[in-house]
Write a protein that binds this ligand. Structure first.
Ligand SMILES: NC(=O)c1ccc[n+]([C@@H]2O[C@H](COP(=O)([O-])OP(=O)(O)OC[C@H]3O[C@@H](n4cnc5c(N)ncnc54)[C@H](OP(=O)(O)O)[C@@H]3O)[C@@H](O)[C@H]2O)c1
Length: 243
């Protein structure tokens, strides 16, 4: 139990696939114990298997973060199991297939805002309170380049991600002197299941989930006197990668 108490703990939402899985695995390689959260148990079980962590060091929480009580229930479950949270990665998110604004109903609108904005704000609030008391920690929010360059049919998603970026910068201003890092990462297109296959999209030119995970790890590795508050990640065209 003593060893467990000194282990650093990371809570990663949307840890069943894509960016969340890649980030969880990168954290496990750095020695973190993991709290994995999403709605699909089998995908998280696979993330856990790939991490090589025993169940005592890798809690799976089945949760729908669109539910109002979801963030609180998740946070309480993680704290009850581990007794501490050193890193929070608010990654769960996404949107249904592109839908024109005038055809988007109120329930769909609320759901997009709940998952991509309300839940990360709530989890940041809960984790920050705990981390400030503990004298350190890190919170990384995954927004999107869509906040600035959204395509038609993504207006609500873009608003949620722009809100998350604005929230993160403002919350950092409050946390600056606490020792708690708070960063927002805004990736361009990432080759994950979120992006439907489409002959007009060359997936070889997208970021990989591991690229985003590496940016999360760069925030954690930054010196104590530095916080990379906002990171925009765009794929770089590499002639050697081009087909
Ligand atoms: N792929 C891109 O091009 C791209 C670009 C910029 C930003 N992003 C952002 O990066 C983050 C990860 O995206 P990704 O590309 O890795 O997508 P993904 O492969 O679809 O993974 C999304 C993860 O979030 C979980 N999730 C979704 N809705 C949830 C809910 N209501 N409650 C709990 N968990 C939920 C999913 O699990 P369940 O479905 O099992 O719940 C899954 O584990 C998202 O916030 C996305 O907006 C993606």
């Amino acid at each position: 139990m003593a060893a467990q108490e000194t282990q650093r703990v990371a809570l990663v939402t949307g840890a069943g696939r894509g960016i969340g899985r890649a980030t969880a695995l990168a954290l496990a390689r750095e020695g973190y114990s993991l709290c994995l959260a999403a709605r699909s148990f089998d995908e998280m079980e696979e993330t856990r298997r790939l991490s090589g962590l025993a169940p005592a060091r890798s809690l799976i929480v089945l949760i729908d973060l669109a539910d109002e009580d979801g963030p609180r229930m998740l946070f309480d479950a993680a704290l009850e199991h581990f007794g501490r949270i050193d890193v929070l990665v608010n990654n769960a998110g996404g949107a249904p297939p592109r839908t024109p604004l005038i055809k988007t109903g109120a329930p769909a609108q609320d759901r997009i805002l709940a998952v991509n904005l309300r839940a990360p704000i709530a989890l940041t609030r809960l984790a920050a309170a705990r981390m400030v008391k503990a004298g350190g920690g890190a919170i990384v929010n995954i927004a999107s380049a869509a906040a600035r360059n959204a395509a038609a049919g993504e207006a609500v998603y873009a608003a949620a991600k722009a809100g998350l970026a604005a929230f993160s910068r403002a919350a950092f201003a409050e946390l600056r002197s606490s020792g708690v890092k708070l960063a927002v990462i805004s990736p361009g297109l990432v080759d994950t299941a979120l992006i439907p296959h489409n002959k007009h999209l060359d997936r070889a030119l997208m970021l990989s989930a591991e690229d985003v995970a590496e940016a999360v790890m760069a925030v954690l590795r930054a010196p104590a006197r530095v916080c990379p508050v906002e990171i925009v990640l765009e794929p770089q065209r590499n002639p050697e990668r081009a087909r």
